[in-house]
Design a protein around this ligand. Structure first.
Ligand code: PMP
Length: 353
């Protein structure tokens, strides 16, 4: 007896999501905010969490938290909101809800891998449309794919991971006009970006804007949210596991939203660090650094495997993109860290090329 004989072949051939071991290394591989909560807030949060009713199930709808998210992040009153155990879970719910026989997902690629994986999990056909070599959107190709495939959902990360830039707003507007079903604008990196579609959430019939608190500095609590018209959010809510956002996450998020200024200051520092690191990478011989509106920079180097290994030997873990998609040849992704961590990267890198 072998379990692999009982799972679907497309699942059997997958590898489980791999997270690199970062122990002892400067961890710049996962777009985390490098700054912990200030000590006084950490202590206050500890008291708040100690009062949480762990013997009870959480508020099933997270109603208080939704209201607070709406006011904190200017989510339009017309929008409905759904919460997820990270935005990862929201991608799962979207694919589950839309998995009618024959249904398709269209996404630009390379992009966040969970769009494709969740399409596979839910038996949706996945159609990836390559970006152009400069990582801009191939609008004609996306519109052609939409016309040909009539996808149930189009996923677009704005800004895009793992490349960094925002697409042009007018391009997304054209996609919103052309798509027959849901268009998810994934704004995971919104804290570092100069544009957002949140203002249209609830009033545009196809648009669902998805976000997360992870990149802002709360990756450990796992809270994602999506805002859109009630007709979509109500359907997603039907496949949401009961109590998917636990008591501690709800309490920590409510607390954090009362102290948003702290996270905003950290994001501002990371944006200025991004500019500094970008300038420094750009002058290194043989290095091409791509524009970014996220808390990471993607760069092409002469030999990505060599540079990745040498940085690791120097105590720095970044993300090797090389090998994950043809457009990412010799590309590496550097999460923006604290000023000291970025200094360490910039000091080590010239010897690692
Ligand atoms: N969307 C994008 C574009 C991402 O890069 C990520 C995380 N890397 C996520 C969603 C998922 O974030 P989380 O599950 O932590 O909310």
């Amino acid at each position: 007896m072998n379990a692999r004989d009982w799972v679907r072949p497309e699942i059997a051939e997958l590898a489980a999501y791999h997270v690199a071991d970062a122990s002892g290394l400067i961890k710049l591989d996962a777009m985390e905010n490098p700054f912990p909560l200030p000590a006084d807030l950490q202590a206050e949060l500890g008291q708040r969490l100690a009062q949480a009713a762990l013997n009870r199930y959480p508020d099933p709808q997270g109603g208080g938290l939704k209201e607070k998210l709406k006011s904190a992040f200017a989510i339009p009153a017309a929008a409905s909101v759904i919460l997820g155990n990270g935005s990862d879970e929201l991608i799962t719910l979207i694919c589950q809800a839309l998995a009618r026989p024959g249904a398709k997902v269209v996404a630009a690629e390379p992009s966040f891998v969970m769009y494709k994986l969740n399409a596979v999990f839910s038996k949706l056909a996945y159609v990836g449309v390559p970006l152009k070599a400069d990582f801009s959107l191939d609008l004609d190709a996306i519109l052609a794919a939409i016309a040909a495939e009539q996808p149930a959902v189009v996923f677009l990360a704005y800004p895009n991971n793992p490349t960094g830039p925002l697409y042009q707003r007018a391009e997304l507007e054209a996609i919103l006009a052309a798509a027959p079903g849901m268009v998810v604008v994934d704004e995971a990196y919104t804290a570092f970006a100069s544009d957002s579609f949140m203002g249209l959430a609830g009033s545009h019939p196809k648009l669902v804007v998805m976000r997360t608190l992870s990149k802002l500095g709360l990756a450990g609590i796992r809270l994602g949210y999506a805002a859109g018209p009630a007709h979509w959010i109500n359907e997603l809510d039907k496949v949401r596991p009961p109590y998917n956002v636990n008591v501690l996450t709800q309490a920590a998020a409510l607390f954090a939203l009362d102290h948003l200024a702290v996270f905003d200051q950290q994001a501002a520092l990371l944006r200025s660090e991004r500019s500094r690191v970008q300038r420094a990478l750009a002058v290194l011989p043989g290095v091409t650094v791509f524009p970014s509106e996220a808390n990471f920079l993607t760069a092409r180097v002469p030999d990505a495997d060599k540079t990745f290994a040498a940085l690791k030997a120097a105590g720095i873990l970044i993300k090797r993109l090389h090998g994950s998609h043809p457009l990412l040849e010799d590309c590496l992704r550097f999460t923006i860290g604290s000023p000291a961590e970025n200094d360490a990267v910039l000091a080590a890198l010239p010897n690692c090329l």
